[in-house]
Design a binder for this molecule. Structure first.
Ligand SMILES: [Fe+2]
Length: 259
């Protein structure tokens, strides 16, 4: 059992049954959405690598996790808190990853919704790619985050999360409540602009040939961003409940970010 009290909620992860467990009477966990290998194969470097195992579950998404009494508060500020579990795995030569998506542009604006991630357990490689208004990738970076780190995905960056470690990656996110993510570009291009391959147990990024140009991949360190409500010692859930107004940049990014 992996203790997840660092989430600010009385949670644990049952590694044997790959299930998130709530130990609190005031928190009933939603049923997880499950991503199967079959759904993910168009996002892979080598879709044939999935041939034998199509029905395998590769990660689990618990949407709208909330203790009794907190739901109205988050909803009032148009926020949603989710938990994702990515057990360690490889698919072909790639380390296991989320399929990747962009967020939609706000109506009549040039910015997309941002997002905040927090690592509860394991290590995440957040691979971010920025697009211009024509859909061309103009910036690429990877942020490596460990336990209790918080990472801001700024507007206009699509993102993939890679678990290149040996532990389950358990992470939370906070986002605007209502938008739907856009998977089409990642699917069309068979994934992100770079693939995270396993080379002797270490992650190595290689170019995805479906993209014409490949901006240099920058490796970025996690920074503490208190002005964004992100503090290493405070769980994201606790910050969101205590200071929901601090997260207005997630719902009204047009006023908070330059293009
Ligand atoms: Fe997202």
């Amino acid at each position: 059992m992996i203790d997840l009290k660092n989430s600010g909620l009385d949670l644990a992860f049952d590694e044997k049954n790959l299930k998130l467990i709530s130990k609190s009477k005031t928190l009933k966990l939603p049923k997880p959405g499950i991503r199967t290998l079959k759904q993910a194969k168009k996002f892979l470097m080598d879709e044939k690598s999935t041939a034998e195992n199509n029905d395998q579950n590769i990660y689990y998404m618990y949407r709208d996790v909330c203790a009794n009494g907190d739901k109205e508060k988050l909803a009032k500020y148009n926020l949603r808190y989710d938990i994702t579990v990515i057990p360690p795995n490889k698919i072909g030569r790639e380390f296991i990853k989320t399929v990747g998506h962009y967020h939609p542009f706000l109506k009549n604006e040039k910015v997309t919704y941002p997002e905040v991630y927090e690592v509860l357990h394991g290590t995440a490689h957040y691979l971010l790619q920025k697009i211009d208004m024509k859909g061309k990738v103009i910036d690429v970076k990877v942020i490596i985050a460990n336990k209790n780190d918080k990472v801001l995905i700024p507007p206009n960056y699509g993102h993939v999360t890679i678990n290149a470690g040996k532990e389950p990656l358990i992470m939370t996110n906070l986002v605007e409540l209502n938008f739907s993510s856009e998977y089409g570009d990642y699917k069309k291009k068979h994934g992100a602009i770079y693939y995270g391959l396993d080379v002797d147990g270490q992650i190595k990024f290689v170019e995805n040939p479906k993209y014409k140009e490949h901006p240099k991949l920058k490796v970025i360190k996690v920074r503490e961003m208190s002005s964004f409500g992100l503090l290493k010692e405070m769980p994201l859930y606790v910050s969101a409940i205590k200071f929901p107004d601090k997260f207005e940049y997630l719902t009204k990014p047009q006023f908070c970010f330059k293009e």
